[in-house]
Design a binder for this molecule. Structure first.
Ligand SMILES: Cc1ncc(COP(=O)(O)O)c(C=O)c1O
Length: 352
């Protein structure tokens, strides 16, 4: 029973998701929330430059027709397979809303994106958490846990491990007719591979994408759930029909159309990811291979929380997680070469 007479007990008892710190621009070197260090497509400026503010009195296109068409073309799916979210966090919540009854099992392997826990609690799901293996991969028996929803992030934060198509296919096969497998591909452009082609074979699979990371549009809030119309029709029903504003729809179309800009940015981030991993390892850090735009770095001589604090004193923000199997290190977002060099300089100053 809830002690607060006005709230659902699963809301009252939920600690809530705590997003990474957003200091004022320029205040800190910001390597804590996996934002892209490079700006989005310069073509987007035109939308804002030519904005007719009179058009804002009208509601946006509730079906987001143009945007769905553009996204469908980019990802090689049909537009009835797409439901848009105000950021992929909203896409994830909409999937829960559409697919979970109170007490249904929601399965995921930890460590992973902690928002899965938040929404499982909020929607009254029964949380079934299992540990990842020593290689930070989800265990083989995930389908046996019979999740009504099973979350698999690939690449999986905060480590950046990449889950193979074969693994995803096996989990989907094991849960066919029983539960939905959500493959969260927030970072997949940095891995250069997507599981989207598997959607043709597995009606119970949903891929979630975002423009926040690879397209440098975290501030715009655009997410996508992509799956079989059999499920997507239901997800469309729980969507706030006007959740994507008119400007965001236009901007997102332009960003998706500018594939060359995406490619150029990806190359820069990936090349810095390789360099930073080597540099950190040279300085005694253990850094598992990452397929995202971040690295997880741990040093045996300095606990993660202390490293976070010492970097913070030097105006560099990284992210620390309390979960026991990752609390020894920090997650570092890949920044520009200049930002990354400041981080390396700060580590030299700390003199571990
Ligand atoms: C794995 C994963 N999924 C989803 C999201 C949510 O991204 P957004 O709501 O900005 O699309 C994040 C954000 O960091 C993430 O790490």
């Amino acid at each position: 029973m809830s002690e607060n007479p006005y709230l659902r007990s699963c809301v009252e008892s939920n600690p809530g998701y705590v997003p990474g710190e957003q200091p004022r621009p320029g205040e800190m070197v910001k390597l804590n929330t996996n934002e892209n260090p490079y700006p989005p497509s310069p073509r987007i400026s035109e939308v804002y430059r030519n904005l007719d503010i009179g058009s804002l009195r009208m509601y946006p296109d509730p079906l987001c027709s143009q945007l769905r068409k553009t996204a469908a073309r980019v990802w090689g799916v049909s537009d009835d397979m797409l439901v848009l979210g105000n950021g992929s966090d909203e896409s994830l919540a909409m999937i829960m809303h559409a697919c979970i009854e109170l007490g249904d099992s929601v399965v995921f392997a930890e460590p992973t994106y902690s928002y899965y826990e938040t929404i499982t609690r909020l929607f009254g799901g029964k949380m079934v958490k299992v540990p990842c293996g020593p290689d930070f991969m989800p265990p083989e028996n995930l389908a046996e846990l019979r999740g009504k929803i099973t979350f698999i992030a690939s690449p999986n934060p905060p480590i950046g491990s990449f889950v193979s198509d074969q693994y995803i296919a096996e989990v989907c096969q094991g849960l066919m007719g029983k539960g939905v497998v959500v493959v969260d591909e927030a970072y997949t452009d940095f891995a250069g591979h997507s599981a989207i082609p598997l959607l043709k074979q597995y009606e119970n699979m949903i891929v979630v994408r975002t423009l926040s990371k690879s397209y440098s549009l975290a501030g715009l809030r655009l997410g996508f759930a992509i799956g079989n119309p059999l499920i997507m029709e239901g997800i469309a029903k729980v969507r706030d029909p006007l959740n994507i504003d008119d400007v965001a729809q236009n901007v997102a179309c332009i960003a998706l159309d500018d594939q060359q800009h995406l490619k150029d940015n990806l190359e820069k981030v990936i090349s810095e990811r390789t360099r930073m991993r080597e540099e950190l390892m040279k300085r005694g850090f253990s850094v598992p291979e990452s397929y995202g735009n971040f690295l997880f770095a741990a040093h045996h001589a300095l606990p993660g929380i202390e490293l976070l604090q010492r970097l913070r004193e030097r105006k560099i923000l990284v992210r620390h997680f309390k979960h026991q199997c990752i609390s020894h290190g920090v997650r570092i977002t890949i920044g520009t070469p200049e930002e990354n060099n400041l981080l390396l300089q700060a580590i030299a100053d700390i003199n571990i």
